[in-house]
Ligand binder design. Structure first.
Ligand SMILES: Cc1ncc(COP(=O)(O)O)c(C=O)c1O
Length: 389
């Protein structure tokens, strides 16, 4: 919960300041004569996109909304197929369904991100977009994915909800494909309670995203909102000034968050490396935001024993395995069972992903971890490994 861990007076003052400066205009648009030139959502969009080195940013109300808005900006709709991966949060697939397109869900590999081989074999003449999801702070194989996308003339939309601030070969995740979607919900690197942002370097995609997230509004600066034209059938996924003010305060802490997490992850990994268990394969350790350590057990039974020993010792895990139900498509019969592509195959598909995920333990790395706590975690895990392996 990095963003939450560093909440302080900066966030509280940022909210109070809006009320002090303009009497509390917390809507991002209009009221120009009254608002004393305070436009926090606009500022946040500029600051966030500058931080990630992207040309355009469109703030929205959640990460789920960001994925949908990004897909709508790409023109995705009924009849299209969108390829994503079996290990992600349900939101990725929900957002694809929301556009009317069909989600095509492929296996991951031992990076815990999209398996490029599985991606390649899932492409059909209806495929429009690939959504790699950078899970738990680390990059998917963007070299392979971008090459495949180019070969087949497909868009790439990066779901960067869990990797805000991470990079791949020096480029911020979420800016390598055509468009990127970020979340700033309560568990993410930056925390605005709810919130998301769409980044792109393509002006037309930005115009499409901006219009769709706000009822189709053209955003013409020369006339008021009431007289503006509508560019498309849209919806309301707007962010409020309060969320953006918190986001601006949080953004200033991004470097500290990542620096601390990475330092703590390094200490933990050093202490855990002789435990005899392989770690998640990393494609760019320098770009990792360091919020998670994943290690693999030899089989499911020993994973279960290991996790129950961790629970006994009050050591928590991240979404593997405690919230796997929300993060692995095998558990999503509620939204896939009635789709002709899946039918009764949901629980038996993605066996490669199942084998990896059901042997994975994800250890959360906090921004604030004392050396004593790190030492205690290392010792506890070593003693569990001795007993269960
Ligand atoms: C991979 C992934 N995509 C999308 C989302 C959705 O973000 P939000 O909770 O802001 O709607 C999440 C949130 O957990 C996520 O982990």
């Amino acid at each position: 919960m990095p963003g939450f861990e560093v909440f302080g007076k900066e966030e509280r003052e940022a909210i109070a300041e809006i009320f002090e400066l303009n009497g509390g205009i917390i809507f991002a648009h209009g009221f120009d004569a009254m608002r004393n030139d305070v436009y926090r959502v606009r500022e946040y969009e500029h600051a966030f996109s500058n931080t990630m080195n992207a040309k355009y940013g469109q703030a929205v109300s959640s990460g789920t909304a960001a994925i949908k808005v990004a897909l709508k900006a790409l023109g995705v709709g009924p009849g299209d197929e969108v390829i994503t991966q079996a290990y992600t949060f349900v939101a990725t697939v929900e957002a694809i369904f929301e556009t009317g397109a069909t989600p095509v869900i492929v296996d991951i590999d031992d990076t815990l991100n999209m398996d490029p081989v599985a991606l390649k074999s899932a492409i059909t003449s209806d495929t429009r977009v690939i959504i790699p999801v950078h899970m738990m702070g680390e990059a998917a194989d963007m070299d392979a994915i971008m090459t495949i996308a180019k070969e087949h003339d497909l868009f790439v939309m990066e779901d960067t909800a869990q990797a805000l601030g991470a990079s791949f070969k020096g480029k911020s995740l979420g800016t390598i494909g055509d468009v990127g979607a970020f979340s700033t919900d309560a568990g993410k690197t930056l925390n605005t309670g709810e919130g998301g942002i769409v980044l792109t370097n393509n002006e037309q995609l930005y115009i499409n995203a901006r219009a769709y997230h706000d009822h189709g509004h053209e955003y013409s600066s020369s006339i008021g909102r009431g007289q503006e034209a509508a560019l498309c059938r849209g919806f309301n996924y707007r962010m409020t000034e309060i969320h953006a003010a918190i986001g601006l305060a949080q953004l200033k802490k991004l470097d500290t968050i990542i620096e601390n997490q990475r330092a703590n992850k390094f200490k933990l990994m050093e202490g855990l490396k002789d435990m005899g268990l392989p770690f998640r394969r990393s494609l760019d350790p320098n770009g990792d935001i360091g919020d998670t350590i994943v290690f693999y057990l030899p089989d499911r039974d020993r994973t279960a024993a290991f996790v129950s020993a961790m629970t006994e010792k009050e050591l928590g895990t991240k979404n593997l395995p405690d919230a796997i139900r929300w993060h692995f498509s095998k558990h999503w019969g509620h939204m896939l069972d009635d789709h002709p592509l899946y039918g009764d195959k949901v629980t038996t598909s993605w066996s490669k992903s199942a084998d990896i995920l059901e042997r994975s333990i994800a250890l959360p790395v906090m921004v604030k971890m004392s050396d004593d706590r790190i030492e205690h975690t290392i010792e506890t895990l070593h003693s569990i490994a001795k007993k269960t392996l």
